[in-house]
Every structure is written in structure tokens, then in C-alpha cells.
Design a protein around this ligand. Structure first.
Ligand code: TRP
Length: 331
């Protein structure tokens, strides 16, 4: 099935509504790999339950995330799109890798520290071992390249450390994966507080632009974006709000910083914010339409899930056979 192509793997959690940060930092770039690589794009529902989920919402968002993958341009004929819990090998290898991941390593993960601070009443073991499960996702498919946002860099480094440790004990079992962190759009900041990341768990709705926001909402959110007391559109230290808007505008239009500075020279922030909002809303309009069409066709999405899970499982099985044998499990 995979031929000689190298492997790409990435995952998106079905928790919360996806933001333009998820879009620009990850999903938009996914389709670029389809020709050169065999790509596995996974809806990571096992990861999602490290935070408490409402069952009906988790189920709906699993469909939505898959629909969004497709609406953002991932062709299900060319890519393996699937749901993590449909392939039990993820949980199995996740457990195995727990036993090759050190307590100290997991304790150093900044995402664990952030999430435990925010969820003090539910610091469960899954939240702690989240990175070993992510390592399992990646290593199961002998992945070469992992496109992710910069916030996942530490998890990726841990994945490489675990793979190195495992290979060191048992010989070459796992391919060593490289991260692919896009230059632009790697970190989209909150519109309300441009010193922190735009996060789908932010309680301030004005801070976040969702992929599925309609045009009026997008324009309103950008109009309210926090900037500074100057008037010049340019990228400079301390101008976090404008820097962020320039990044977003550049991602949506392909324009360079110099072009943006020239375009808005002598014009106010109001004009600039409107232009960013329009570029964003216009590019997302076809995604929104396609998403609505797909969500109205659950049977189609279920077909895709089924086909994707079968493809993924057959690839995962090869790795699992090797792993079980190397560890000394009886066949
Ligand atoms: N941890 C990733 C995130 O929150 C999601 C994820 C899970 C992932 N497994 C993965 C990303 C494997 C890349 C590869 O964004």
C-alpha cells in the first residue's frame, strides 16, 4: 500500500473548535505532503480524554475534525485519515512506551506543567503520559516527518529520545522521525493578549478566530484585536499585536513583511485590521462551505473513518509484530 514513499504522521485533537492557529500552523500545510509522502492524519481522541470531555461533544467533534481535514484540502483517496481509538495498536504501543519513558522526562514537559496548572482538580496519569502515547502514534507508522506547531517540539524531542532508547536496547525497530515546523504561521497569538498563544481553550471568545467563524464574526474579532498606541504597521519588538496580525495576514495572502509595510504606509490600524479580517474570511469561506456539506453526510465520513482505520491498522500491525517479538512477548 505504501510503496517506497516516506511517511508523514500528524494528529489533531477533537477537543474544542479549531482555530486559525491550528489551520495556519498545521492543517493548511498538511496537503503539501500528499504527493511526496504517504500521509497519516489522525483524529487523536485518546489524547482528548486526558481532559474531561462531554461524550456527545467528543463524538461530534471527532466527526467535525475529520470533516475539517477534508474541507481543508486533504483528499481521503490520497491520505490515510482516521480516528486514533479505531486502531487499538496506539493504546498498546502507548503502554509499552510508557515503560521506556522516564518519570523525570515526563516531569519536564512544559505542556504537562501548563495543563496541570489549569486543571488542578484532574491531574490524571494520562495527562502525564500523554507524550508517550504521542510517541506511539508517530513510531507505529515508522514515520519520517511530523508536521506540527512549535508548541509540540518538546514532545517530538521526547519521541526521538524514547525511540533512541528503545532502538538502543533492541536494535533498529523504529524509524527516527524529524519534526517539520513551518516557518510562518508557526505560532499564531491570541488577539486579546498577543503575548500568549491563540488557544482553543481560551475562555475569551474575542481572543480566538475559529476556522468556522462566519465573515461578520471574523471581521468583528479582528476589529477588536489588541494593538498598541502607535500608528505604524511594521514588525518590531514590543509591537506584539501588530506583529501577530502581520503574521496572520502574511499567511493568508503570501505577502512578505516589506509588501505589507508598503501596502499600509500612511494608513491606520483600522484599515489594516479590516484587510486582515477580509483575507482571513475570504480564504476560509470555501472551507466552511465544504465542511457544512460533509457534516450533512455522516455516512460518507464513516466510510472514510473505516477505510482509514483499516489502512492504518495494517501498517501498525507490522511494527507491533516486531515490537512484541523484540520485547519477548509470546506470539
Ligand atoms: N499533541 C498534539 C497536539 O496537541 C496532537 C498529537 C497527538 C500529535 N499525537 C500526535 C501531533 C502525533 C503529531 C503527531 O497538537
Amino acid at each position: 500500500m505504501l510503496g517506497d514513499k516516506k511517511i508523514v504522521f500528524s494528529g489533531v485533537q477533537p477537543s474544542g473548535n479549531l482555530t486559525i492557529g491550528n489551520y495556519l500552523g498545521a492543517i493548511k500545510n498538511f496537503s503539501a505532503f500528499s504527493d511526496e509522502y504517504h500521509c497519516f492524519y489522525c483524529v487523536v481522541d485518546l489524547h482528548a480524554i486526558t481532559l474531561r470531555q462531554v461524550p456527545a461533544e467528543l463524538r461530534r467533534r471527532t466527526y467535525e475534525t475529520l470533516a475539517l481535514y477534508i474541507a481543508c484540502g486533504l483528499d481521503p483517496e490520497k491520505n490515510t485519515l482516521f480516528v486514533q481509538s479505531h486502531v487499538p495498536a496506539h493504546a498498546e504501543l502507548g503502554w509499552i512506551l510508557d515503560c521506556y519513558t522516564m518519570f523525570g522526562e515526563l516531569s519536564r514537559m512544559t505542556q504537562f506543567k501548563d495543563k496541570s496548572a489549569k486543571n488542578a482538580s484532574n491531574i490524571n496519569a494520562g495527562l502525564f503520559t500523554y507524550p508517550s502515547l504521542m510517541a506511539a502514534d508517530i513510531l507505529l507508522y515508522q514515520t519520517d516527518l511530523v508536521p506540527v506547531g512549535i508548541d509540540q517540539k518538546q514532545h517530538l524531542e521526547l519521541t526521538r529520545d524514547v525511540a533512541t532508547r528503545f532502538n538502543g536496547i533492541y536494535g533498529d525497530v523504529f524509524t527516527m522521525p524529524d519534526g517539520y515546523i513551518p516557518q510562518t504561521g508557526m505560532k499564531i497569538m491570541s488577539l486579546a493578549d498577543p503575548t500568549s498563544k491563540m488557544s482553543k481553550s481560551d475562555p475569551n471568545e474575542n481572543a480566538i478566530v475559529y476556522i468556522l467563524d462566519d465573515k461578520d464574526t471574523v471581521l468583528r474579532k479582528f476589529r477588536r484585536a489588541v494593538t498598541d498606541s502607535e500608528t505604524e504597521v511594521c514588525r518590531r519588538e514590543g509591537k506584539d499585536g501588530i506583529n501577530n496580525l502581520m503574521t496572520i495576514y502574511s499567511c493568508f495572502t503570501g505577502k512578505t513583511d516589506e509588501e505589507i509595510v508598503r501596502e499600509f504606509a500612511g494608513r491606520g490600524y483600522g484599515d489594516f485590521k479590516l484587510a486582515v479580517g477580509e483575507a482571513c474570511a475570504d480564504q476560509l469561506a470555501p472551507v466552511r462551505e465544504e465542511f457544512a456539506r460533509l457534516m450533512a453526510d455522516k455516512a460518507y465520513l464513516e466510510d472514510i473513518m473505516k477505510k482509514g482505520a483499516a489502512e492504518a491498522a495494517s501498517c501498525a500491525l507490522k511494527t507491533m509484530r516486531k515490537v512484541r517479538k523484540k520485547i519477548g512477548f509470546v506470539n
